[in-house]
Design a protein around this ligand. Structure first.
Ligand code: GDP
Ligand code: MG
Length: 175
């Protein structure tokens, strides 16, 4: 290692998607192993840090949660600027959160840098009996927009680790 830093890679990851889809829960599950995150989903920090090791390399992830700023156009350009990856989240039990995805994609196109890696995440798969968005439909949509796709449960800790590790691997590959 040439660097004096304590990591080999540093990536900024930003979560976006409608309010209530589980962005904060995904971040807390990954960084703190907790569900539910506890009182007051919005705490006084803008981001959380977690360092993971991939093939012997230390990858520092700076994860930004768009708490309370989910409404379109209220997330400023500065939020997207310098993001290496975006986690675009919807709730598989909420058709409306899926139908809003094109609006989020327009924001990404407008504000994010064009190398950004975007992964579409369908959260709350523990609520399978309430599913409103079929997996195939979401997969097809993700593919049509050149996004990765994964389904998660922040509650059951299903695929949450994989989400961030897959993303880190993809970012290293593109670095
Ligand atoms: P955000 O607005 O996108 O940050 O959403 P939150 O993380 O605050 O979660 C919104 C609500 O969904 C809360 O009541 C969470 O407990 C719930 N929730 C989040 N993730 C899951 C999940 O994977 N499964 C279930 N059943 N509920 C979840
Ligand atoms: Mg939140």
């Amino acid at each position: 290692r040439m660097s004096m830093e304590d990591y080999d890679y540093l990536f900024k990851i930003v979560l976006i998607g409608n309010a209530g889809v589980g962005k904060t829960c995904l971040v807390r599950r990954f960084t703190q192993g907790l569900f539910p995150p506890g009182q007051g989903a919005t705490i006084g920090v803008d981001f959380m840090i977690k360092t993971v090791e991939i093939k012997g390399e230390k990858v520092k992830l700076q994860i930004w949660d768009t708490a309370g700023q989910e409404r379109f156009r209220s997330i400023t350009q500065s939020y997207y600027r310098s993001a290496n990856a975006l986690i675009l989240t919807y709730d598989i039990t909420c058709e409306d959160s899926f139908r809003c995805l094109p609006e989020w994609l327009r924001e990404i196109e407008q504000y994010a840098n064009n190398q950004v890696v975007t992964i579409l995440v369908g959260n709350k798969i523990d609520l399978a009996e309430k599913r409103e968005v079929l997996r195939q439909r979401a997969e097809d949509f993700a593919e049509s927009q050149s996004m990765l796709y994964l389904e998660t449960s922040a509650k059951e800790s299903d695929n949450v680790e994989k989400l961030f590790l897959d993303l880190a691997c993809e970012l290293i590959r593109e670095a």
